[in-house]
Design a protein around this ligand. Structure first.
Ligand SMILES: [Cu+2]
Length: 320
């Protein structure tokens, strides 16, 4: 069996092995590892992602060249599909490169594929890391593919407790995912016209919450959060961009419970926290009063869209 047909066999989920960038893993070894960690089973959780070119629509009505991940059904979107997994099960992501340049997929500290040529595919197989929020991104071509939109979030839930950020952790009523990112239109315009991109200079001018600036992002129920007094929610902040963001809430303080998939049992109470590129921060918010309050990036520039305030990273709480 040649490598290509081997990979294709893996992709249908019935094969005896899967390949990661670090080499060959057999299902038996994955199962053994899963059993040692107290989770997993014989059935992998399969995901199929397609690297594609497309466009992103900005809050001021422009259409810019972009790249992104699509699932089997959809067109490419930014951020890419949310990958949900359970702690200890093993995850198999098949990446199909349907774009005319190299692409890959990586979750820092967990898995990374080699660059995949146009028309190629790769399989990233790994045991779901500990419960928490993770950024997946395309590490090919330095920071370029990622800056053009090749990113998304992996959310790992505890194996048994759907209302806790980790097994035995504090409970929440609902959870929300907010991926923050940005773009420098000069990169998108140059990449779209096939000219070389000066990746030594990054001056982002559009800023996104789940792929859109304010107020376009408000149609997203993960951004326009509605709730009732007395509820406690979990917000997962994932910075898929290339620059730091600083998440700030009005109306309610939050408690930091998890950073990059690691519980933080100090439960620090804050109304502002930096989230660095590629990193994540999960916080609990208890609605102790009714009202409408913004959630925004405390870095003022990131509240703008091409210089216009407040067309950047801003969401809302609506609590009754
Ligand atoms: Cu503010």
């Amino acid at each position: 069996m040649d490598r290509r047909s081997f990979l294709r066999t893996c992709a249908v989920g019935s094969a005896a092995a899967a390949v990661t960038a670090s080499g060959l893993l057999t299902i038996a070894s994955l199962q053994g590892e899963a059993a040692r960690r107290g989770g997993g089973g014989p059935v992998p959780r399969p995901f199929s992602l397609r690297a594609r070119e497309g466009t992103i629509r900005t809050v001021d009505g422009r259409t810019l060249y972009a790249q992104g991940f699509a699932d089997d059904a959809g067109s490419m979107r930014i951020p890419g599909p949310v990958l949900w997994a359970r702690e200890g099960e093993w995850v198999v992501i098949t990446l199909h490169n349907e774009a005319p340049q190299e692409h890959g997929i990586a979750i820092d500290g967990v898995v990374a594929t080699s660059p995949v040529p146009p028309g190629g595919e790769a399989v990233a197989a790994f045991l779901a890391p500990r419960a928490g929020t993770y950024v997946y991104h395309d590490p090919a071509r330095g920071p370029l593919n990622r800056a053009l939109g090749m990113y998304g979030a992996l959310v790992v839930m505890p194996a048994m407790e759907p209302d806790r950020p980790w097994a035995g952790g504090p409970t929440f009523d609902r959870q929300y995912l907010q991926v923050v990112s940005e773009l420098d239109e000069r990169w998108n315009i140059a990449a779209g016209s096939g000219t070389s991109v000066d990746t030594g200079s990054y001056r982002p001018n559009y800023f996104f919450l789940n792929g859109r600036g304010f107020p376009d992002c408000q149609v997203d129920p993960d951004v326009h959060i509605q709730g009732n007094v007395g509820e406690t929610i979990l917000i997962r902040w994932a910075n898929a961009g290339l620059v730091p963001h600083s998440m700030h809430t009005h109306g309610y303080h939050f408690r930091i419970v998890q950073r990059d998939g690691r519980p933080d049992v100090r439960f620090l109470e804050k109304d502002n926290v930096p989230v660095y590129p590629g990193r994540t921060m999960d916080v609990l918010v208890t609605f102790d009063q009714p009202g409408s309050y913004p959630i925004h990036d405390h870095i003022l520039m990131a509240n703008t869209g091409n210089g216009v305030y407040p067309n950047g990273i801003m969401g809302m709480f609506e609590v009754v």
